[in-house]
Design a protein around this ligand. Structure first.
Ligand SMILES: [Zn+2]
Length: 115
């Protein structure tokens, strides 16, 4: 299996996506270079738009998960518990500070973060 992009590279792409959510479809995946990135925020209520961000690539199903993120204006938002219409795939979450893969189980990215 390919080594894949690091969390830092994913975060760089996320920073671009966060700054300009409308540009996400044009961004290149840090891993496979496909223009298939998706950014969805799963929030507890639609007013404060606070929740976690799911940022992934539809082509290679890699991505990162951002806990306690505030959805920027223009970003796709789904209400927690009502994500059926959003179809966030079970993608492989790239974690920070993981130098080796031995014994490290990837997070699903779908668990509600501890508060
Ligand atoms: Zn990809």
């Amino acid at each position: 299996m390919a080594a894949g992009a690091t969390w830092e590279r994913w975060y760089d792409a996320y920073a671009l996506a966060y700054a300009a959510p409308a540009s996400v479809p044009q961004l290149a995946c840090p891993d496979c270079s496909a223009s298939a990135l998706r950014l969805v925020y799963v929030v507890v209520d639609l007013v404060d738009r606070l929740g976690y961000g799911a940022f992934w690539c539809d082509a290679c199903l890699q991505g990162i998960s951002l806990s306690r993120a505030e959805a920027p204006a223009g970003a796709a938002v789904a209400l927690f518990g009502e994500t059926a219409g959003v179809s966030i795939p079970d993608y492989a979450v790239v974690s920070p500070q993981v130098s080796g893969s031995a014994g490290v189980a990837p997070e699903t990215g779908l668990a509600w973060p501890e508060v």
